[in-house]
Design a protein around this ligand. Structure first.
Ligand code: IPD
Ligand code: CA
Ligand code: CA
Length: 275
């Protein structure tokens, strides 16, 4: 008997879930026991044995169930069948800087693109024990309960989140000006250091909007599906369709999308910014 598209998405979602839970168990087990923290290139861009061990768990599960699929994993790079329309984007430890410092805000993020469209996502934070999941058309959940975005419709009433990429010392396009500008226009801008949980936070209504530059597909593929299935909107900064390889994302509860987009585009340079 052939599977329906929905049944197939459900199977992929279960595999994504199995892999993030296995990786999360590794992150818990290695917590506080790290003895080899390295920089990957740029200052502050860390990798630990926990990143590698957690990624090995995800790869083992994907290879077992779906050996014919394509994979983009943060620590191992491109793997598998490059002709496949299925591409898994894996961040084994999103929030490595937090993890390495003993700050319990980190997650494993496993997302699937089908023909380039984010279609399945699982994000598991083993410290809060929160499992966010979604598949296109099937809704989004946190710990198996449906979630939805906030009803906040005014930028002035919103709580936002952002981040600063590892190349921030090498460019003036480092998000500092946007951070100042949006801090003035809203109830606040947070920085948790974990892009997948930033997106999940908007998806479940704790936050109203998120923007960031310098991201990789493994940071956001799963979170995009979760947010869109929870009623949110994801685009480029200017509201045009998202290019997942551009590094930039604007992600909101939908209601503040246009006003946040406009505010980002109108950000004055830092030199002109006054208190
Ligand atoms: C980082 C986190 C952080 C974001 C960085 C990412 P990593 O991922 O998601 O919030 O600001 O741009 O690279 O390095 O911890 O996997
Ligand atoms: Ca990441
Ligand atoms: Ca990572």
């Amino acid at each position: 008997m052939t599977q329906t598209a929905t049944e197939q998405l459900q199977i992929f979602l279960d595999i994504a879930t199995e892999s993030v839970l296995a990786a999360g168990a590794v992150l818990k087990e290695r917590w506080g026991k790290l003895n080899n923290i390295q920089e990957k290139g740029r200052p502050g861009d860390l990798v630990t044995e926990a990143d590698k061990l957690a990624e090995a768990q995800v790869l083992k599960i994907l290879n077992l169930h779906l050996p014919e699929h394509q994979i983009l994993a943060e620590e191992s790079g491109a793997l598998g069948n490059t002709n496949s329309k299925y591409l898994w984007a894996i961040d084994p430890l999103d929030g490595t800087t937090n993890y390495a410092h003993g700050l319990p805000m980190a997650a494993t993020s496993v997302g699937l693109m089908i023909d380039g469209v984010p279609s399945v996502g699982a994000v598991y934070n083993p410290f809060s024990n929160e499992l966010f999941r979604a598949a296109r058309g099937l809704g989004a959940t946190c710990n198996r309960r449906p979630i939805q975005v906030s009803p906040t419709s005014e930028l002035t009433q919103s709580l936002l989140i952002t981040g600063f990429a590892y190349d921030r010392r090498e460019t003036t396009d480092n998000n500092y000006a946007e951070f100042c500008h949006l801090t003035h226009l809203t109830q606040g801008v947070r920085r948790l250091g974990c892009a997948s949980m930033d997106l999940a936070g908007v998806a479940c209504g704790r936050l109203d909007g998120y923007w960031e530059r310098g991201l990789q597909p493994w940071d956001i593929t799963a979170g995009i599906v979760i947010l869109e299935e929870a009623g949110g909107k994801v685009t480029a900064y200017d509201g045009s369709p998202l290019d997942i390889n551009s590094g930039r994302i604007l992600a909101t509860n939908s209601l503040i999308h246009d006003s946040l987009s406009q505010a980002l585009l109108e950000t004055p340079p830092l030199a002109e910014w006054k208190s």
